[in-house]
Design a protein around this ligand. Structure first.
Ligand code: PAF
Length: 259
């Protein structure tokens, strides 16, 4: 059997979503490396970077319990010892998440490239929660012929429907109730019969919650990230703020609607 090694790249503040990536990684190898690195290059707002939760000790314990065989928590100097030549994430990197966060996906690709070079995995697992990130990484890995299989892992939700995110700890009880509008809107939209009605439903439901500040809501074609014209292989994306906390989520158009 050829030697396999899985990398699960994280920025720490691990939750059940990350642990599910480790669980999926186990299907591909007995060697699971979890990296913990808060990448300054993908934060455009220094305040957001400063506020990002850091808990390497408990993260390492959780990851090892979940089945990681190695934890790697490098310093900024280890990852960026030299002048950084940034990888261009292209046109798609400047859409949606890339609009208000200039250089964000360039920063993601640059760090993922460095993590890959250090760890030399055969497989790497990324969550569908950051669907645009996953799309960009897959496209770049294929184009660059890295020979690393990029595995996608489904969004993990709390029982109330909120997609798990390291940022959820910053939501108060009322904010959390407000935030549920996102998964509610996605669920309703993805059960609509057409892309047009799905778009309308998405916007209507989101607008019904005054505490939610919309950034974008769109149904995209999963193959090219363009606005979808048919429900097949399409996905609804939402991003916005609740009381200053940025949240994003997505859901595939329901198979029952497309069939
Ligand atoms: O999704 C994340 O946590 C980060 O963007 C990643 C992939 C670990 C790169 O810093």
């Amino acid at each position: 059997m050829t030697h396999t090694k899985v990398l699960v790249p994280t920025m720490g503040a691990l939750h059940a979503g990350h642990l599910s990536l480790i669980e999926i990684g186990k299907q591909y190898s007995r060697e699971i490396v979890v990296s913990i690195f808060v990448n300054p290059l993908q934060f455009e707002d220094p305040q957001d970077l400063a506020k990002y939760p850091r808990s390497v000790e408990s993260d390492s314990q959780q990851a090892l319990l979940a089945g990681a065989t190695q934890i790697w928590a490098p310093t900024v100097e280890e990852i960026y010892p030299d002048q950084v030549s940034v990888i261009d994430s292209g046109v798609i990197g400047r859409k949606f998440e890339g609009v208000g966060r200039e250089g964000h996906f360039d920063g993601v690709l640059t760090v993922v490239d460095r993590l890959f070079k250090h760890v030399q995995p055969t497989h790497a697992v990324f969550g569908e929660k950051d669907f645009q990130q996953l799309f960009i990484i897959k496209k770049w890995a294929k184009k660059s012929k890295l020979g690393i299989e990029i595995i996608s892992a489904p969004v993990i939700r709390d029982v109330d429907g909120l997609a798990l995110s390291s940022r959820n700890v910053r939501l108060g009880a009322d904010d959390r109730k407000t935030a549920l509008v996102i998964s509610r809107a996605l669920r309703q939209a993805t059960h609509e019969r057409s892309v047009e009605s799905a778009r309308d439903r998405l916007h209507d439901v989101l607008a019904s919650e005054p505490g939610f500040e919309l950034d974008y809501a769109e149904i995209i074609n999963e193959d090219n990230f363009e606005p979808a014209t048919s429900a097949r292989k399409s996905r609804a994306l939402v991003a916005g703020w609740v009381n200053g906390v940025r949240l994003l989520d997505n859901m595939q158009m329901s198979a029952s609607v497309i069939a």
